[in-house]
Design a protein around this ligand. Structure first.
Ligand code: PEP
Ligand code: MG
Length: 564
């Protein structure tokens, strides 16, 4: 029966596909116990039965309109029915004194490490497939319900209560069709990532994992914030037409990729891209970005932390150098680590893991000034990479001039050390600060004298001015980037920058939304930075309005004269 859920739109677009439900995470261990002779056969029967259940599970998931997904499932089914492999397991089990679950796990570990040892990408992927399908078999035998993001099948619509940003990246790279979550706000980092990858996403859906089942057909209309489960035929056809129209619009917008952005009255606007990985830089270039306005380096750290490591200088140097080389002589602004808040570096001993109010805690510059060695390592990598392009360094979450002074002292030390180590580096890299706290906006006049540029982080600025957690869907209606208080702070910061003659840009999400974009340009902003996929739509919007029209729109908002 058709059911409709309402949430909030985290990344617009329409998707139709099969649901893949990720239920609550549990800790799973595979037990190792000695068995009696009487238990041997029932153990094997249990294993065979579980294989059958998993085969049916995958068969149920097949989306016949999606050949790629069908091919993936086909591979899984071949593995589950590979008699050679199953006989090997049986042989080992029959000659051992331990339970079947343990033997299966042992055999999987041996086989996958042999495949990985070859060092061939194809075989490593097969190893991952084996782990994926047999983990499901084992979990099923042991009555564990949970499945992790690793097992998600490409092209499905993922439904979960909550996932971590690093898991979201994994899913988006797998090219899932859409994401439905119970948690998360419009400016949460997962929604930012969803927009980067152009994945339609609806958050704030009540209990989605208990109301939607894996294999259900769903329509995600993220533009209207709707999730429709088991749509009837007419609705499904309607959405197929809408999807075709959306694809046509993407083709229409392609003409803007090679054009420079300008307003209706020909005022040029610079559009940079926000990125989180090296691959995103290529995406930004392909989408026609004038440069990178914000490289959120914390996502790389979070991914490394998943493998229990902290990025070292060399790894970071290579990553920054790659982004600079991809962008050639175009401007690239790399932000120092904005760890904390929802972007936790999940390693033992890191600050910010168990804070009561992480968004007000040891985040970003506070984290870096406390964890000096991590900060110094990043700065070293940045100064070394600076040789390879047009780099600018950006400091997040600044609330006081002293934080800039302290950073400059650390930079001097870093340069001294690089000299001693005989490593070449760029000496004069512009240093900018994010205006993303009320304190920074209010004192932007004297911060402007201490740095080379400003970048307005409207996501945090809106959150802190409105006192609304950007991650929390329950208060999402109060998260208002067009609130006159937010606009006045931005206007004041634009004025401070112009009085000190330093550049200012906006890299928060509001630069990518029509109404807010008009206000920003109307208040004098001429440089913005947005998700790569938004560059062309923004060029089109800008071409429809003159600066005068946008100024009038901003004035009405600043004076709170817009009817709500
Ligand atoms: C912002 O706060 O607007 C911003 C761009 O930084 P982040 O979203 O990474 O906090
Ligand atoms: Mg921020």
């Amino acid at each position: 029966m058709m059911r409709i859920f309402q949430g909030i739109s985290a990344s617009t677009g329409i998707a139709i596909g099969k649901a893949y439900v990720i239920s609550k995470r549990e800790q799973h261990t595979i037990p190792k116990v000695k068995i009696t002779e009487d238990e041997r056969l029932p153990g094997w029967n249990r294993f065979e039965k579980s294989i059958e259940t998993v085969i049916n599970y995958y068969k149920n998931l097949v989306d016949t309109e999606n050949s790629e997904q069908e091919a993936v499932i086909e591979t899984y089914l071949l593995m589950l029915t590979d008699t050679d492999f199953l006989n090997q397991i049986k042989k080992e089990y029959n000659s051992s004194e331990f339970n079947v679950e343990h033997i299966v796990q042992k055999k999987i570990d041996e086989t996958t490490s042999q495949l990985r040892a070859v060092g061939d990408e194809y075989l490593s992927e097969r190893a991952q497939d084996i782990e994926e399908v047999f983990e499901k078999v084992l979990f099923n035998m042991l009555g564990y319900s949970s499945v992790g993001v690793e097992s998600v099948i490409p092209d499905s619509i993922v439904v979960a209560e909550n996932i971590m940003p690093s898991e979201a990246m994994l899913l988006f790279r797998k090219r899932i069709k859409a994401l439905v979550l119970q948690e998360g706000g419009v400016s949460s980092h997962i929604s930012i990532l969803a927009r980067t990858y152009g994945i339609p996403s609806v958050f704030g859906v009540e209990n989605p994992t208990s109301s939607i089942e894996t294999g259900n057909t769903i329509v995600v209309d993220a533009t209207k914030s709707l999730v429709i489960v088991e749509p009837d035929k007419s609705i499904r056809t309607d959405y197929q037409i809408k999807q075709e129209n959306a694809e046509k619009r993407i083709k229409e917008l392609a003409q803007f990729i090679s054009q420079k952005a300008q307003t209706k009255d020909n005022v040029p606007i610079t559009i940079y891209a926000n990125i989180g990985t090296i691959e995103d830089a290529q995406l930004a270039k392909d989408e026609g970005a004038d440069g990178i306005g914000l490289f959120r380096t914390e996502f790389m750290f979070m991914e490394a932390a998943e493998k229990n490591t902290l990025l070292d200088e060399e790894e970071q140097f290579k990553a920054y150098k790659s982004v600079l080389q991809i962008m050639g002589d175009k401007s690239v602004t790399i932000r120092t680590l904005d760890a904390g808040g929802d972007k936790i570096i999940n390693l033992k001993g890191m600050p910010g893991i168990e804070e009561k109010n992480p968004l007000l805690g040891c985040r970003a510059i506070r984290f870096c000034l406390q964890e000096r060695e991590i900060f110094k390592t990043q700065l070293k990598a940045l100064y070394r990479a600076g040789i390879y392009g047009n780099l600018k360094i950006l400091l997040p979450m600044i609330t006081s001039p002293e934080q800039i002074d302290q950073t400059k002292k650390i930079i001097s030390k870093v340069k001294e050390e690089l000299l001693k180590e005989g490593k070449s580096f760029k000496d004069d890299i512009p240093l900018g600060v994010m205006i993303e706290t009320p304190a920074a906006a209010i004192i932007s006049d004297y911060l402007a004298d201490r740095c080379d540029f400003f970048s307005i982080g409207s996501n945090d600025l809106t959150q802190y001015i409105n006192a609304v957690d950007r991650e929390n869907p329950d208060v999402a209606h109060l998260y208002d980037e067009l609130h006159p208080a937010v606009l006045r702070m931005i206007k004041h910061s634009v004025l401070s920058a112009s009085q000190s003659d330093i550049p200012i840009s906006v890299c928060g999400e509001m630069a990518g939304r029509e109404e807010s974009l008009k206000c920003l340009v109307g208040m004098g902003v001429r440089v913005i930075s947005v998700s790569p996929k938004l560059i062309s739509p923004i060029k089109q919007i800008l071409s429809n309005f003159s600066v005068k029209e946008m100024h009038e729109a901003a004035e009405l908002r600043l004076l709170d004269k817009v009817k709500k």
